[in-house]
Design a protein around this ligand. Sequence first.
Ligand code: GDP
Length: 296
Amino acid sequence: MAFEGLANRLQDTLSRWRGKGKVTEADVNEMMREVRLALLEADVNFKVVREFVAKVKERAIGQEVMKSLSPGQQVIKVVNEELTALMGGTQSKIEHAKQAPTVIMMVGLQGAGKTTTTGKLAKYLQKQNRRPLMVAGDIYRPAAIKQLQVLGEQLNVPVFTLGDQVSPIEIAEQAIAHAKENRLDYVLIDTAGRLHIDETLMGELKGIRDTTQPHEILLVVDAMTGQDAVNVAESFNEQLELSGVVLTKLDGDTRGGAALSVKAVTGKPIKFAGMGEKMDALEPFHPDRMASRILG
Ligand code: GDP
């Protein structure tokens, strides 16, 4: 279950304060010491934790007392609001180009779930009566093209491929032309991943970006890798200027460190969360719902 470890830990800590009739500054400090430890254990970036704790303290200590809530509840409310803000505040939707097709580049390291997420996103768009095209731009991993074709058949979504002997830039360009001719309104470009970030990978991605001028560049990262996911996001963002992040495998992430750090560290919002291997296991990312899930 997503965030289970963090949720248990925080709920445990905070429940002891919920009913308190009076909360002193020393109480808030004590509470925040525990929250800080819980967040660090959840693998949240330490700078993010420090700023978060400072903000909550400042608001909780200075705030007016509201009659409808106990003082303990009031501090918890501040924690909830700041967790929501940390994850981006409001939901970040994907772009819809004024003139179709909307071009979305999917980038990420191998194994993060890029191809699977491309399929999930196609299904998500299809449900909204959009007409997506999936583009097989990963010509290096032997099974990648086939994997996308299988997903395409399963979802009844067209897949554009020129095999593995044509450059991904050329493939992407021709795919967009194909989408225009066939009145398809979303072009989802599955790009190559590597085991590590390297110049060749980035060079090729920049080439596709400069040629296709995508409306979205979505980085797919594995939430279970915690701060590594955040570091990957920072590097990709520096090189490519991302428009957003898709966090995969949140279903298996008990800690939540990536989800809580990525926006604060990179400035780029999490747009979707992968919640399982099935094609319908993709959810728009709602910071407020995630915060409530964590705090119970
Ligand atoms: P790529 O190399 O980045 O294209 O990765 P794939 O799309 O091939 O996915 C790698 C593995 O992660 C596959 O076994 C997927 O089923 C799995 N996967 C992808 N997204 C999720 C998710 O949200 N939850 C879970 N549990 N598994 C996922």
